[in-house]
Design a protein around this ligand. Sequence first.
Ligand code: HEM
Length: 421
Amino acid sequence: MPVVGVAAAGADVPAPALPGEHFAAALVSFVLGALGLALVASDLARGLFFLPRVVAVVHLFTLGWIVTSIFGALCQFLPVAVGRGLRWAWAAHVSFAAHVVGVGCFVAGMASGRPALVLVGSAGLAAAFVGFAVNLAATLAGVRERGLTWWALCGAAIFLVVTPAYGVVLALNLDGGQLVGASRFTVVAAHAHVAIVGVVLLVMVGVAHRLLPMFLLSHGASERAGAAAVALLFSGAALLALPVGGGVTHAVAGALAAAGVVAFLIQAATFFRHRRRKAIDPGMRLAAAGLIGLAAAVALAPLALSRGLSDFGLLSTYFAVLLGALSLFVAGHHYKIIPFLVWYHRFGPLVGTRKVPRIAELYSERVAHVDGALLALGWLGLCVGIYTGQAEVVRGAAVALALGAAVEAIVLARVARRRIA
Ligand code: HEM
C-alpha cells in the first residue's frame, strides 16, 4: 500500500479524531437506516416513498451515512487529493456537530410528525453544509495545482450551498405549503438529484480519481473520461438547480447528468482494468458492486422519472437502486479508509523499529468478503421486493442489510481499537 502520498502530505494530515468522529457517526447512521427500512417495509412495498417516516429513513442514508462519510473522507484525504489539508480543522468539528444534531432533529421530526423539529434540523443541516462548503472553498483557494479533483471539489462546494436551500424550502413546505402534487414532486426530484449529482457524485469522481488508482495499484490509465464526467455532472446539476425551466430543461439536465455518470463508470472501469494486483480486496469489490448499481440506476432513470407519479412502484425502486448503489460504494471505501487511517497513525511511525502488521492484516478479509455479499444481496433483495410490491421480501432484505451494516461497524470498530502488542 503506497503511503508515500500521505507521508508527503504529512504536516497537513489531520489528527485522526476529525475523520474518525465522522466515520463513527456515519456507521451508526448506516445501521439505523437499514433497521429503519425494515420498519417502513410495507410503505416501500406499496411505493409510498413520500411518506414522512420514509423520508426520515431516506435521510438516515443520504445525510447520516453518505454525506457524513463524504465530509470525513474529505477531512482525511484533501492532503492527498489536492496537496493541502482543510483550512480550519476546528471549523470541521463545528460543522460535524451541527450536522449530527441536524440529522438527529430532522429524522426525529419527520418520523414523529413534528414540523418544528424538522425545521430546527434543517437549520442545523444548512449551517453544517454551508460551513463545510466555506472551509472547503478556503482550502481549494490556496491550492496551486488545479487538476480534475480540484475542479470536481469546487463544483461540490457550490452544490453544498444549493442543496440545503432546496431542503429548507421543502421542509417549510411540509406544514401546509403551496407545493402539492406534481409541483411538489418536481421540486423533490430536483432537490434529490442536485444533492446526488452536484455533491455526492462530484465528490465521488474527484476523490475516486486519486483513491481508486491508489487502492487498486493502477497505473497508466487514461484520465479523459474522468474529466468529461466532472464537466457533465457539473452542468447537469447546475441546470437542474435553476429554479426556473420546465420539462425540457429537466430532460437536458438529466441527459447531461446521465452522460456524466457513464463517463465516470468508464473511468472507474479503466482504473480497475489497469490494476497491478489481480485479486480484488473486499473494499474494492463492494465499491465495484456500487458502480454496477449506479449503471443500473442510470438505465432506470429515464423511465422512472418520465413516468413519475403515475408509477410509484417504479419510482421507489429507482431511488432504492440509486441510493443503495451509492451506499455500497461508500461502504467499500470505509473498508479501505479506516484500516488505512489506523495503520498510518498507529503502526506507520513504527516501521523500521519493529515488526508491524500490514493494513490487510488489521481485519479478517474473509469476514469482510462475506459481509460485502450480505450488503449487496440485502440491497438487491430490497430493490426486487419494492419493485414486486412484496413487504416480506423488503423486510427480510432490510434485516440482511442491517446485519451487514452492523458487521461492518463492528469489524471497523475493532480495527480502530487495534494497538501494537
Ligand atoms: C441539507 C439538508 C437537507 C434537507 C433539509 C432535506 C430536506 C428534504 C425534505 C423536507 C424532503 C421531503 C420533501 C417532501 O416530501 O415534500 C426531502 C426529500 C428528499 N431528499 Fe432531502 N434534504 C437534505 C439533503 C439531502 C441530501 C444531501 C440528499 C441526497 C444525497 C437528499 C435526498 C433526498 C431524497 C432522495 C428525497 C426524496 C425522499 C422521499 O420522498 O422518500 N436530501 N429532503
